[in-house]
Design a protein around this ligand. Structure first.
Ligand SMILES: [Zn+2]
Ligand SMILES: [Zn+2]
Length: 268
């Protein structure tokens, strides 16, 4: 936000400096292990290059000409806004390691083809059972319609984090994960089901776009969750929770749910 062709209230406010512009959602995870290549990205946004430049721990060390602390990428689905960032990592020397569902890998065959001429992709399988990601952190996936959510586990404390930026449906398994996780980053794309119809004629509804809206969707679920931190992420530029002082933002904040922003750091 702002989106290049959008003149909704939020995008206008972001252009005139009334609210802070935001890059497209992407998450980086690491353990406190001191291991250099200890960072994994969850989704690779089209703004990835800028996000790396504003995050010193994701930048190369000075002791060799080419290196990166980013070990690879976990993809939740094949949306353009989650996969385009892979193209920005093409200059790396060894193949880019990407964990994804078979459905995602198949849909991204075009991107696989483009990257084959550069670093190439080393695809890895995801699993519903925990597998080690880096020293100290394991992860598993929760299958949703056309996407997966990730659950991360700190091996020392056993504490869990749920990363679910694209949720089409609240399944039983996802509801269980919401109950048992200490930290939750959840799909905050749209406030209402018909939000996009206000800026674009014949726009699909939130649910048709595989996003459970906040109101009459995820709000009550998150409100009732016992997690220490509950955070809406992957927020579309039209969503009224981005506007300070809006009724919708106040409603969310009053029940202790946070609204993600660029540079937000979370300790599990
Ligand atoms: Zn907009
Ligand atoms: Zn997305």
């Amino acid at each position: 936000m702002p989106q290049w062709n959008c003149a909704c209230a939020n995008c206008v406010a972001a252009r005139t400096g009334k609210i802070e512009p935001q890059t497209q959602s992407s998450i980086a995870v690491s353990a406190d292990s001191g291991e250099f290549q200890g960072w994994w990205l969850i989704n690779a946004s089209p703004d990835l290059a800028r996000q790396i430049e504003s995050t010193p721990s994701l930048q190369p060390r000075h002791d060799s000409p080419r290196n990166t602390p980013i070990a690879g990428v976990l993809l939740g689905n094949f949306d353009i806004d989650h996969a385009l960032g892979l193209l920005l990592l093409r200059q790396q020397q060894k193949p880019l390691v990407v964990y994804a569902a078979d459905e995602t890998r198949a849909a991204l065959a075009w991107l696989d083809g483009v990257l084959a001429r550069f670093c190439g992709i080393e695809w890895r399988k995801i699993s519903a059972d925990f597998q080690s990601l880096i020293g100290g952190i394991a992860f598993r996936v929760i299958q949703l319609p056309h996407s997966v959510a990730f659950q991360l586990r700190d091996d020392t404390s056993g504490r869990l984090a749920l990363i679910a930026p694209a949720v089409g449906k609240l399944t039983r398994e996802l509801a269980d994960a919401v109950e048992e996780s200490e930290v939750i980053l959840f799909d905050g794309t749209f406030w209402s089901d018909h939000e996009l119809a206000t800026v674009r004629a014949y726009a699909r509804s939130a649910r048709e776009m595989n996003h459970l809206p906040i109101s009459e969707g995820s709000f009550d679920v998150l409100r009732q969750s016992p997690a220490c931190r509950k955070i809406y992420t992957h927020i579309n530029n039209t969503n009224p929770i981005l506007m300070p002082g809006s009724r919708e933002r106040t409603e969310v904040e009053q029940v202790g749910i946070e609204i993600a922003r660029d540079g937000l750091e979370i300790l599990l």
